[in-house]
Design a protein around this ligand. Structure first.
Ligand SMILES: Nc1ncnc2c1ncn2[C@@H]1O[C@H](COP(=O)(O)OP(=O)(O)OP(=O)(O)O)[C@@H](O)[C@H]1O
Ligand SMILES: [Mg+2]
Length: 282
């Protein structure tokens, strides 16, 4: 501390308010993310995680509040200014968002073709390097449908890395993957962070991932920040909702429904808690 360059933060969020129509989805969210840090956003389904990412990458304008990227006020910028900033940002979407009719190479090359005037031969080399980086060297001509879920996530990462971003966002990078493939994605996230000193923002609800990758964690609940700190700090929190998340307990009304099921089956069926719940891979 104390020796940092003038602007220590890659991202600064101040009193962010986001609405869809009448529904307030983010309600006064503030945090700062240091350069090179891996910052994890935790929170239950529907609590505003993807919405927060959409605002941070500039796909949506907030109702109120401020987002600074590298010290520049992203929210107040013209569209042209935002476009320049967005070139320094990579985004891995929840569910990869690859174009199904395009080969992997064309998917990865797309941002380079759209935003640069590089020669095709240069783009070809850069595309190969990015696919190699994520362990998909040799898969240039494959279509997304010809790949496994884990490989598609990797391809999405290669595309997010196409423009050599300084900041990368991952929305649920390991959701819906088996634990071994998911751990492989976690390792890749760490590799990207350490090799390129990338500032990484990861939305997840996989606690195993959080343990592997997070420098700091923030927890969203109903559009507000419930807790923020290192994983150890959050694990020691006595906030009941933080505890519930860490201990993987269902909501109270969920338990009521389980009782109802038990009554229906005459108490003969035991309801299996937590670990049997289906994966939310949206
Ligand atoms: N495009 C949209 N238009 C209207 N409402 C939306 C839109 N996108 C999200 N919402 C609403 O905003 C709230 C937060 O959604 P969001 O997708 O940000 O949650 P999330 O935390 O990413 O959930 P999940 O873990 O299921 O991906 C939800 O109530 C959702 O219905
Ligand atoms: Mg989401």
């Amino acid at each position: 501390m104390g020796m940092e360059q003038e602007n220590e933060y890659a991202i600064e969020v101040e009193d962010l308010v986001v609405r869809y129509g009448d529904q307030t989805v983010l309600d006064g969210v503030s945090f700062q993310i240091r350069r090179g840090e891996t910052f994890v956003i935790l929170g239950g389904s529907g609590h505003g995680k993807s919405t927060l990412l959409r605002n941070l990458v500039g796909l949506m304008r907030p109702f109120a509040g401020r987002i600074r990227i590298n010290g520049q006020d992203f929210t107040a910028m013209s569209d042209a200014g935002r476009m320049e900033v967005r070139k320094k940002i990579g985004m891995c979407f929840q569910g990869s968002a690859l174009f199904n009719s395009m080969s992997l190479a064309d998917n990865v090359a797309l941002p380079l073709r759209e935003h640069t005037k590089l020669k095709e031969s240069t783009i070809d080399i850069m595309t190969r390097i990015k696919l190699e980086l994520v362990g998909l060297g040799g898969y240039e001509d494959y279509l997304p449908a010809e790949l496994s879920g884990g490989m598609r996530k990797r391809a999405g990462l290669a595309r997010a890395m196409a423009m050599d971003p300084e900041i990368i966002f991952y929305d649920e990078p390991s959701a819906g993957l088996d634990p071994i493939v998911a751990a492989g994605i976690d390792m890749l996230i760490r590799k990207m962070q350490s090799t390129f000193n990338l500032t990484s923002v990861v939305v997840t609800h996989e606690m195993a991932s959080v343990k592997l990758i997070a420098d700091r964690v923030c927890m969203l609940r109903h559009g507000r920040i419930l807790a923020m700190g290192t994983l150890d700090e959050l694990a020691a929190s006595d906030n009941p909702f933080v505890r519930q998340f860490f201990e993987r307990r269902p909501d109270e009304d969920q338990e009521d429904r389980d009782d109802y099921l038990r009554a229906l089956t005459g108490g003969s069926e035991r309801t299996a808690p937590g670990p049997q719940e289906p994966e939310d891979g949206r």
